[in-house]
Design a protein around this ligand. Sequence first.
Ligand SMILES: C[S@@+](CC[C@H](N)C(=O)[O-])C[C@H]1O[C@@H](n2cnc3c(N)ncnc32)[C@H](O)[C@@H]1O
Length: 286
Amino acid sequence: MKQQYGQILVTPKPFVKWAGGKRQLIPILNQNLPRSFGTYFEPFLGGGALLFHMLTERNGQKCSISDLNSDLVLSYITIRDRIDSLITSLKSHERNYQKDSKSYYYSVRESNPRSAIEKTSRLLFLNRTCFNGLYRVNSKGKFNVPLGKYTNPNIVNEDNLRAVSDILQASKVSINCRDFEAVLRDAKKGDLVYFDPPYQPVSNTANFTSYTNKSFSIDDLNRLAELCKNLDAKGCHVLLSNSDSEDVSELFSKKPWKVSRIQANRSINSDSKKRTGHFELLIKNY
Ligand SMILES: C[S@@+](CC[C@H](N)C(=O)[O-])C[C@H]1O[C@@H](n2cnc3c(N)ncnc32)[C@H](O)[C@@H]1O
């Protein structure tokens, strides 16, 4: 479904740049979806590339989306419910940034607003103006990315935000902040669960991204593998993306898992020379 503004047709797309975002892999993910399914679950939501594809291509698709990053989840809710106030707040960030980008960026980075509107506009502003559009927090959960080098960043991006707001309002989407394991309670036979967790490092020097103040450990990966088994036993369709690492291959080496290596291009890496193609795993039980 495209949203119409004047003469422009806007297809809603991720409103944040997110490490591990799947926009470039949508064609291959789409080819790997089951022919039919009930509710679509995305418990490691991030920028929601596949979610927006689902909502655009499948009118009336019921979805349940969640993530452990509370500011990110709040952004989806604020965009859905309070788009006009959010746009006003972002326009104010844009005006201030244009006066003195450096000092304004760091003052916003240090701030700790309380209201949903200001928290969301802070996250979107920082995402548009920080180095590499990366979201990274330290062990205390404090956003710590430096200012990026942009001449004219699109801080408000009003058309896309309104398109996202409209499609979230028009669709049956439940939005929650929670750990991925909670999906087991809600998913039923015939539903589809797409897991796109923080990736296991393929080497000790691979770059690592902290989306929350808790990193994704090998215990979490084991929990995820157990959860996939339980969802399979319930009759759910399970699709999982991950890095081409030994830990992952081993955990999903047996039936019912079908593993394919797919070519991907990771765009968030501080060293542009390392942003080349590489292989990832796509794992499914159908
Ligand atoms: C690779 S990103 C997802 C990217 C997304 N598919 C996209 O297209 O942008 C992984 C997400 O998992 C979330 N996450 C990390 N640990 C989690 C947990 N235990 N439960 C739920 N979400 C978690 C992070 O906050 C992050 O947004």
